[in-house]
Ligand binder design. Sequence first.
Ligand SMILES: *Cc1c(COP(=O)(O)O)cnc(C)c1O
Length: 393
Amino acid sequence: MDPLIWIDEQLDRLRQQDLHRELPQPLKTVGPTYQVDGRELLNFASNDYLGLASDPRLVEAAAQSLQETGLGRGASPLICGRSTGHFELERQLAQFENTEAALLFASGFAANTGTIPALTGADDAIYSDAHNHASIVDGCRLSSAVIHIYPHNDVNSLECLLQAGQKYRRRLIVTDTLFSMDGDLAPMPQLGKLAEQYDAMLMVDEAHATGVFGEHGRGVVEHFSTEHPQLHQQVHVRVGTLSKAIGAAGGFVCGSQSLIQWLTNRARTYVFSTAQPAPTSAAASAALKIITSEPTKKRRNLLRTAAKLRKKLQAQDWNTGDSASQIIPLYIGPAQKTMQLAQQLRDRGCWVPGIRPPSVPEGKSLLRLCLSAAHDEKMLARVVEALAVIRKT
Ligand SMILES: *Cc1c(COP(=O)(O)O)cnc(C)c1O
């Protein structure tokens, strides 16, 4: 008998439950629109929030770096993989985030799965929000610490857990700052206060917020820091990705010099993984320069446009939950219904992906609309119109 026969059985089960996923048609470039079979569709699926992924300035920076450095790095950064471009980007990231130092990982996923087990061990406890990203969940699983999952954004429950957990050697609170499925924000001021009160380490993942929130585009922590200036110090570990608003690829951690030195020694996804190609970091460097030199207006516009769009969709009676960002969920519930609506939107020229388990809990499927600064008024009007029509079906 074929020992892999179980896979076909499991795939059939997924199909029966409407949970089977197929890769979409490959896209040539990422932008607000794309072509399928000669037809133009609007893309509300990507995390390219500032429209930088196909920006000619990033392409030029990567092309020049490719000419100068080639592609492969040959080894991990600790051996010989780190290029001058990586070094430069780390300096730039630390400056951007206003921290002492930064460390570049192959991806945001690797940053989380490397950092969490480096910070916690068998005598420690982790406090993780129930809606945290899969890479945080897996980072927790890779640590031998005791894991406490607190209900989403519930600071009272978190405080009870912290109170009951004085026996642990070290404690780590970890949260997304902008939740990738719900588009809502973590209560950062309260989390900062709790971390300080209970001597816990506080780690945040700004993956969807970098480049979008905050006066300088640092993210949600900066957004709240205007009214809570102490928050900057209360956050010890900042994770971000270069693959979303920054338009390139790779992940990073920012914090104190000692933190970065420790991760350089102990984060296994850093130590045992080949450095990212230099053209990738060159593109990210170019994007950071653009983000820091084209200040707040573009970011503010994106968030303002998102707020207006949310109002229009709520007026059509869609449930957008607690979204307060460029990520707008439309909660549907059953997976099958969600996928039907996604298909209807597609037929009307809009790609708004349906999100099903295991990305969200059973019965909590949703359509997720991601806005980008690259979407113009006409495109937004088209998706509002399409949603109005399918709402009535
Ligand atoms: C996308 C995402 C990551 C992973 O980042 P990559 O660079 O794509 O690997 C990590 N955390 C959160 C919250 C994310 O949304």
